[in-house]
Design a protein around this ligand. Structure first.
Ligand code: PEP
Length: 250
């Protein structure tokens, strides 16, 4: 089964002003995008509703995080129910910055994934190893452990709403992109794990995208790898997202 190519833009805590946000939306609205690529942009929570209201309809919008409760005394959090009520279709969960800076365990990521799915959201689920873990030969083990927490709380049918983002921590925001060989090996191992832990059908149909210092200049070769189904772009999403979709991945 052909997997639709996917390009996500994680703006992180950028842009710093409403003016820059408007300029970014304008740039994307005027771009000629590949109609065969699913494009999802993820602005900061404060900008989700205005971006959703002003971005072209063939670009979807994602939150960068959500909590696992519907409502209540959880200061600073956003619930899956609120995202659905605001017509935001996607949420990024398990980003390494959340895991590291905000101490989110794989179990919490799994709880959030379950809650988001229960409300009907699509998930970009991030996993990936640190440099120490890679150097210790533990890349596959770490990815499996992070995925297993989610596998344990999902039904087979839930996987149609999940995009797995393999994002080696050492490549995020560092300018050090994984080599094609490193990316293909990790993606293939993740697919094999899904086949073993869920089903061969889920392994075959689930999109596994790569994130970590991707830009318009280095995406071309990565995009041709058999198990790489797209990208999650962080810093590059302010200037390169349009090129990634138009040039790099068409
Ligand atoms: C990310 O934050 O998901 C990411 C891939 O960042 P960058 O492209 O900046 O490495």
């Amino acid at each position: 089964m052909a997997r639709q190519f996917f390009v996500g833009g994680n703006f992180k805590m950028n842009p710093a002003s409403r003016k820059d946000k408007v300029a970014l939306v304008k740039l994307l609205n005027e771009a000629e995008l590949d109609p065969n690529t699913e494009v999802v942009i993820s602005p900061p929570a404060l900008y989700l509703i205005p971006v959703k209201g002003s971005i072209r309809k063939d670009i979807k919008v994602a939150a960068q995080n959500c909590y696992f409760k519907d409502s209540g005394a959880f200061t600073g959090e956003i619930s899956p129910a609120q995202l659905v009520d605001s017509e935001i279709p996607y949420v990024i969960l398990g980003h390494s910055e959340r895991r590291t800076l905000f101490h989110e365990s794989s179990e919490v990521v799994a709880q959030k994934t379950r809650a988001a799915l229960d409300k009907g959201l699509n998930i970009i689920l991030c996993i990936g190893e640190t440099l120490n873990e890679r150097e210790a030969g533990e890349t596959a083990k770490v990815c499996e452990e992070q995925l297993k927490a989610v596998v344990d709380v999902l039904k087979e049918s839930d996987w149609s709403k999940i995009v797995v983002a393999y994002e080696p921590v050492w490549a995020i925001g560092t300018g050090k992109v994984a080599t094609p060989q490193q990316a293909q090996e990790a993606h293939k191992d993740i697919r094999s794990y899904l086949s073993k832990a869920v089903s061969s059908g889920v392994a075959e149909s689930t999109r596994i995208i790569y994130g970590g210092s991707v830009n318009a200049g280095n995406c071309k070769e990565l995009s041709t790898l058999p198990d790489v189904d797209g990208f999650l772009v962080g810093d590059g999403s302010n200037h390169d997202l349009r090129d990634l979709v138009v040039v790099g991945c068409s």
